[in-house]
Design a protein around this ligand. Structure first.
Ligand SMILES: Nc1ncnc2c1ncn2[C@@H]1O[C@H](COP(=O)(O)OP(=O)(O)OP(=O)(O)O)[C@@H](O)[C@H]1O
Length: 349
């Protein structure tokens, strides 16, 4: 064997490709048909990617669900003012508020494992943001419980929970500090955060945050939230605000976070985004969980409900093809990231 011959490592390991670049060789399974070429298999599960180094601060034990939702429900006041009759004013103490309540979410039950990427779908007012807020702990349930075993980094509102009167710089220190990072750790990551957010944000670091445009707010919010060491990331429909180049950067970062084994909850009205990142879908309708399953099936069901007969459901074969194509894309991007990472480290294989 000449030196130029690629040295194949054990199956499922990193090997040197013919072009001299490292690539991953998937494992051949015992029930693969004869003559089947495992190198072109397109399922993600066949690749053995190494754990990506990270500083994630896990509290849950491996194999333990990170989120357990049991009979979860929350009731809101409709809170609408209306004109009361004289009789109502006399007998109800004159309040001009309608005390009528409604359950925004009720009887929700599901668990989420470490490293799952879950997409939430549902029509407007279906309860998606409310569920994320309960997982983040910013809303407390009226019924049941949401047990969250790991730290949560939420980007639920455009403003990222930042304080309008403080400067962007102060908000970075405040938010990261509230998530347990020391001043030294924040100092270390500060430039990365601002670089990720972009030059417009860097130029406005000492301007009150409320003067930021919505695009700049999202840039900073996303950069800060995703640099935290929290294992659970919640992202609610905010990426739509960023421009195309920034969205692509966010997508790469989200994939990096998933590579590290973090758990993602994504609310989006973009089926492309949901299908790119999420393997599991939860479908909320009228405050109830009406679907829980593979993301593409849940998306198809949601679209059918939304569009009725106008929606042409893909055949099972088309769905399988689309899934393979998506996984192929994920594998390619993952290989590329691994290559970039190794190039950055300057390591040779
Ligand atoms: N603080 C609140 N007080 C009263 N009602 C609320 C409150 N927050 C949300 N709601 C109501 O609860 C329901 C669910 O709202 P939520 O924002 O969770 O829906 P969503 O699925 O995220 O909708 P969208 O896709 O439009 O963002 C809606 O009817 C909304 O008006």
């Amino acid at each position: 064997m000449s030196d130029a011959t690629p040295q194949l490592g054990p199956v499922g390991d990193l090997v040197l490709g013919e072009n001299g670049k490292p690539r991953w060789r998937p494992e051949r399974r015992p029930n693969d048909p004869p003559g089947y070429d495992p190198e072109h298999k397109r399922t993600l599960a066949d690749y053995h990617f190494p754990p990506v180094p990270s500083t994630v601060d896990w509290k849950s034990q491996p194999g333990e669900p990170v989120i357990e939702v049991e009979n979860l429900g929350i009731e809101f006041l409709r809170g609408r003012k209306r004109n009361l009759s004289l009789r109502e004013i006399v007998f109800r103490g004159g309040s001009a508020h309608d005390r009528e309540t409604f359950w925004a979410l009720r009887n929700l039950n599901f668990t989420v494992g470490r490293g799952e990427a879950v997409g939430l779908v549902g029509g407007n007012g279906g309860g998606k943001s409310t569920l994320l807020k309960m997982i983040a702990g910013t809303l407390l349930p009226d019924e049941g419980r949401a047990l969250v075993r790991d730290g949560v980094a939420p980007l639920i509102e455009l403003t990222g929970g930042f304080i309008g009167e403080l400067s962007a710089r102060e908000n970075v220190y405040l938010t990261a500090g509230l998530h347990g990072m020391s001043r030294e750790e924040i100092d270390e990551r500060f430039d990365d955060i601002v670089d990720f957010a972009g030059p417009q944000v860097r130029a406005g670091l000492d301007v009150p945050y409320r003067h930021f445009s919505s695009g700049m707010q999202v840039r900073l919010g996303f950069a800060v939230i995703t640099c935290l060491d929290e294992p659970i990331i919640l992202v609610d429909e905010v990426l739509a605000v960023g421009d195309a180049a920034f969205r692509e950067k966010c997508y790469n970062r989200m994939e990096n976070l998933l590579d590290q084994g973090r758990t993602l909850f994504l609310v989006s009205h973009s089926s492309g985004d949901l299908l790119r990142f999420c393997t599991r879908g939860l479908y909320l309708n009228g405050g109830e969980l009406v679907g829980d399953g593979p993301m593409d099936e849940i998306m198809d069901r949601y679209m059918s409900d939304l569009m009725g007969k106008a929606h042409q459901s893909p055949t099972p074969e088309e769905m399988a093809d689309q899934r393979l194509a998506r996984e192929d894309g994920q594998i390619k991007r993952r290989l590329q990231r691994e290559e970039d990472r190794r190039a950055r480290l300057g390591s040779t294989i």
